[in-house]
Ligand binder design. Sequence first.
Ligand code: PLP
Length: 436
Amino acid sequence: MSLQGAETKKLFERAAKVIPHGVNSNFRDWGPKDTLVVTRAEGAYLWDADGKRYIDYRLGFGPIILGHSYPQVVEKVSEAIRRGTTPAWTTPLEIEVAERICRMCGVDKVRLANSGTEATMHALRIARAHTGREKFIKFEGQYHGMVDYFMFSTAGTSTADLEQAGEPANVRKSKGIPDAIRDYVVNLPFNDLERVARELESNGHQIAAIFVEPIMGNVASIMPAEGWLEGLRALCDEHGVVLVFDEVKTGFRVANGGAQELFGVRADLVTYAKALGNGFPIAAVAGKDEIMMNIGPGETAHGGTYSGNSVGVAAASATLELLENEPIIETIRQRGHLLMSGIGEVFSDAGIPHALSGVPAMFGISLGLDRAPTDLRSYNKSDEQLYERIGMKLSELGVQPDADGREPWFLSYSHSEADVTETLSALETAIKEVKH
Ligand code: PLP
């Protein structure tokens, strides 16, 4: 069985001749038989080149918070394009977007960028400049973008590899990264505050920043344990370390003010991308005045030809205006609850042990576990093969979460209760067929 119909197959073969593996991101590579070519995305749906419709729960890996090609966003972007995209001066729309981010997220200052990778790269540099220190802590399974420094022990790292690496468990996740970079990063287990405290007691004077995804958006939406984020906040204060919340996935998704609002903990720097632009390329590094003001000519570098370009900025302006004025997060929360509890029931009825983690706007399912995982190593004990088989079967049936169980199910404002009902019925069928 292949997900590709005749037209999709033909296009994919053309793609693979000129684009490595036929995709412009390794994360989109489902292999030569199942990688799709998509011709349209609207609301909660995607259509492939054969006209097959999918209810989309990947949502571009998270950015689509309103729905694909959302009319007000498309309208505002079109209008902005007609007025010129890259004047290389500040525009009124940039000011408005920065003001909205400050108001919604409780930050003092914002610099714009184009991707999550850029935002986290800048956050790391700013934290180093602020502290005069060079190392940083991140957590096993966390992904902060394609920058060399972050590409250690990301989500797909096996427990065997982590164990072999020893402590800290720095497993290099790409060729082409100088081995010496390993010395700058300290990978520790998520949710283990005592381990972080020990690290800072011994090496705090060398640590510029702690980077944390408040919810593990790259490992089944694992939740922060009670006191974890508060504890990181206190330890950072004690040791003069910059606390960075990587809110590339949680920002403008789990609450209007992101995870800072949801959990009531303030970071020093925060990175945003994805839902900020509902699918248009825009990102931001934001935070406290005294830390952000390290940025400046001759001081700490930040720049980019397309930083603040009118396309991304107009998309952010429209998206944030809608978020501030319509019950978007609340609607997603209600529908997501229906979906999560329905999924739980379907797996229970099928006698498959499972644990749901995360929040309705982005949640994960770990099969074969009866308790929600708390870190990468506990997630790695789940039955990933079974998840993938069910996920592939769902795609055959026109419902598309990512087949990789680490990637959350994302919901948008455009997913209706009817979509939830269709999804649950497809899940029942998928499980029956996989069991068969
Ligand atoms: N940070 C987190 C938490 C992410 O999940 C991602 C991407 O998925 C990034 C950073 C990188 O963002 P981008 O793909 O826009 O470069």
